[in-house]
Design a protein around this ligand. Structure first.
Ligand SMILES: Nc1ncnc2c1ncn2[C@@H]1O[C@H](COP(=O)(O)OP(=O)(O)OP(=O)(O)O)[C@@H](O)[C@H]1O
Ligand SMILES: [Mg+2]
Length: 281
C-alpha cells in the first residue's frame, strides 16, 4: 500500500485526470461528462472540476444551473460542499467558471480553506476529472502539470492534430511532461482512430522523443448531438448508441491505467496546483 493509500484508510488515492486539447470544440466537455457517467456506471465515485473559464458549458451540457461557484468559496461566502452540484448518476460537479482564474493566485488563508475542504472529499471519491479550456494558457498548463494524468482530445481535422502537437510540445519542453493519453474523437471507426494516433505519435517520437499512449476513440455519432440538445449525457440518455458503448470502453481503459506519479491523490494535486511547482518526475 503506498503512502497516500495508507493515509486514505486503505483506499486507492483519487485519480486526477485533466482533459485538454490544442484546438477548441473537439469534444472535451462531452468526453468529461460522459466518462464521468460511464465511470459511475462502473461503480466509481466521480467528481468533475469545470475549469473552463471561457464558455463553461458543462452546466449547459448536463442541464444544471449552478447558483454558486468557486469564487464564493474563495470569498468565504460558501463552503465547498455548498457549491458542489450533483449531476446524473450521482456525479459531483464543482462549478468553477468565475473563480477558476484566481486559483493559482490565492492567498495563504484561501489556499488553506480550499485544501481543508477538498480533503473532506478525498475519501468520498475515486476520480477527479478536469474539463480544461482549449489552448495553452498558463492556467491550463498549471492544471496539466498538477494532474496525475493528461488526456489530449483530437479529431481527424488537420488543425486539431497540429494544435494537439503544439500542446504536447509545450508541455514536454517547458514542463517536462512526458505522459499523454490520446483520445481520438469523431472518427468513422477504430481504423481511422489508429491512423490518426499513429501520425501524431510518429511526430512526437521523431521531434520530441516521447511516445503517446492510445486511450481510445469515440465515433462520430448523431446520438451525441441528440443528447446535447436534450442537455443530457449520451451515456445516460442513449446507452446503446455506438458512442455510448465506446465511452464505456474508454472508462474501462481508464480503470486499467496505473498512475505513475507517487501518491497521486487530491492533496498532491491541489498542492502542486496552488504551489505552482512544476510537477517533474
Ligand atoms: N463523438 C461525437 N459525435 C458527434 N458529435 C460530437 C461528438 N463529440 C462532440 N460532438 C459535438 O461537438 C460539439 C463540441 O463538443 P464539446 O463542447 O464537448 O467540445 P469542447 O472541446 O469542450 O469545446 P470547447 O473547446 O469550446 O470547450 C458538441 O456540440 C457536440 O455535439
Ligand atoms: Mg468545453
Amino acid at each position: 500500500m503506498d503512502q497516500a493509500a495508507s493515509l486514505n484508510g486503505g483506499r486507492s488515492p483519487v485519480k486526477v485526470i485533466a482533459v485538454t486539447s490544442g484546438k477548441g470544440g473537439v469534444g472535451k466537455t462531452n468526453l468529461v461528462a460522459n466518462l464521468a457517467c460511464a465511470l459511475s456506471e462502473l461503480g466509481r465515485r466521480v467528481m468533475i472540476l469545470d475549469a473552463d473559464l471561457g464558455l463553461a458549458n458543462l452546466d449547459v451540457l448536463l442541464g444544471y444551473a449552478p447558483e454558486y461557484n468557486l469564487a464564493h468559496v474563495f470569498a468565504g461566502e460558501k463552503s465547498l460542499a455548498e457549491i458542489v452540484v450533483t449531476g446524473p448518476k450521482g456525479i459531483k460537479i464543482i462549478p468553477a467558471s468565475s473563480g477558476i482564474q484566481e486559483i493559482t493566485d490565492l492567498d495563504c488563508r484561501q489556499q488553506r480553506i480550499l485544501l481543508d475542504q477538498m480533503d473532506d472529499f478525498a475519501d468520498q471519491l475515486d476520480y477527479l476529472l478536469i474539463d480544461t479550456a482549449a489552448g495553452i494558457s498558463s492556467l491550463v498548463t498549471s492544471f496539466l502539470t498538477a494532474a496525475q494524468e493528461v488526456v489530449v482530445v483530437v479529431t481527424p481535422e488537420p488543425t486539431s492534430m497540429t494544435d494537439a502537437y503544439a500542446l504536447v510540445k509545450v508541455m514536454h519542453t517547458s514542463f517536462a511532461a512526458d505522459r499523454f493519453h490520446l483520445l481520438v474523437n469523431q472518427v468513422r471507426d477504430e481504423e481511422e482512430a489508429g491512423l490518426i494516433f499513429a501520425k501524431l505519435n510518429l511526430v512526437c517520437e521523431k521531434f520530441l522523443d516521447i511516445s503517446l499512449d492510445f486511450l481510445g476513440y469515440i465515433p462520430a455519432d448523431s446520438a451525441v448531438s441528440r443528447a446535447v440538445r436534450q442537455q443530457r449525457a449520451v451515456v445516460d440518455l442513449l446507452p446503446d448508441a455506438a458512442a455510448s458503448r465506446q465511452f464505456m470502453v474508454v472508462a474501462r481503459e481508464l480503470e486499467q491505467m496505473s498512475g505513475r506519479r507517487p501518491g497521486g491523490g487530491l492533496q498532491f494535486f491541489w498542492r502542486r496546483l496552488l504551489d505552482g511547482e512544476p510537477a517533474r518526475e
